[in-house]
Design a protein around this ligand. Structure first.
Ligand SMILES: [Zn+2]
Length: 228
């Protein structure tokens, strides 16, 4: 925790990442009022939730959920903006931690062995300085005592056809984008894939389809960006 807390303290001195108010004693990163008002989905309590349905017939996952609803100009968008574009890593760790605690209310997520954040392109990660999904995974790990692995699922670095790769749609192209390494570490385990936002589910489907030959896969994202 130390490193994240120190870094966040320097850049965001004692203000809430959700509303900008001064944090009170005992509050960290996000104030209690914002925590109370977050648009929780509670999807993890419903096996038949909209995220799980998104992957049905596309790739076999044990369970899938999103923690928060994402709406334009809503608090989830503000928090994600801080995490992705303002260098506020601590927001990711904090929300990952809360999400981890929530997931423990559900039997299926208690059988997770390893947490795997969806990898970014190295270029993008270097520009930001970190992978925001890794920050979420870090917080989840603190809440659940499950380890995070960033060495099993990797992005293929291929700058020549970047545009084409960004716009892939079919699973036949998956191996041009992601690859699985160190299979022995994940074999027969239950992997929890972590992403920041799910929209169409294409990226997560790609990652999951590469992993399922070796292990069980579940999915958790911080937010779901769709209207219901
Ligand atoms: Zn607040």
């Amino acid at each position: 925790m130390g490193l994240w807390a120190d870094t966040a303290g320097l850049l965001f001195p004692n203000t809430c990442a959700g509303c900008g108010q001064i944090l009170l004693m005992g509050e960290k990163v996000i104030c209690l009022a914002c925590k109370h008002n977050l648009p929780y989905t509670n999807f993890h309590k419903d096996a038949d939730n909209p995220v799980a349905k998104t992957f049905r017939g596309r790739v076999k996952v044990e369970a899938a959920t999103s923690y928060l609803y994402f709406r334009q100009l809503g608090i989830t968008q503000r928090l994600l903006h801080g995490l992705k574009y303002k260098g506020n890593k601590e927001v990711g760790v904090c929300l990952g931690n809360w999400m981890g605690k929530a997931l423990q209310e559900s039997e299926i997520y208690n059988s997770i062995d390893i947490i795997v954040p969806v990898p970014l392109y190295k270029k993008r990660e270097n520009k930001r300085g970190y992978n925001q999904c890794h920050m979420l995974a870090q917080g989840l790990s603190e809440a659940t005592n499950k380890k995070v692995s960033t060495t099993n699922l990797l992005r293929v670095q291929n700058n020549q056809s970047q545009t084409k790769l960004e716009r892939w749609t079919r699973w036949t192209n998956v191996q041009e984008i992601f690859k699985v390494e160190q299979v022995h570490e994940i074999e027969n385990k239950h992997i929890l894939l972590i992403d920041d936002v799910v929209t169409t589910g294409a990226t997560l489907e790609a990652c999951a389809s590469l992993l399922v030959p070796f292990c069980k896969v579940s999915i958790a994202t911080l937010a779901i960006a769709r209207d219901f």
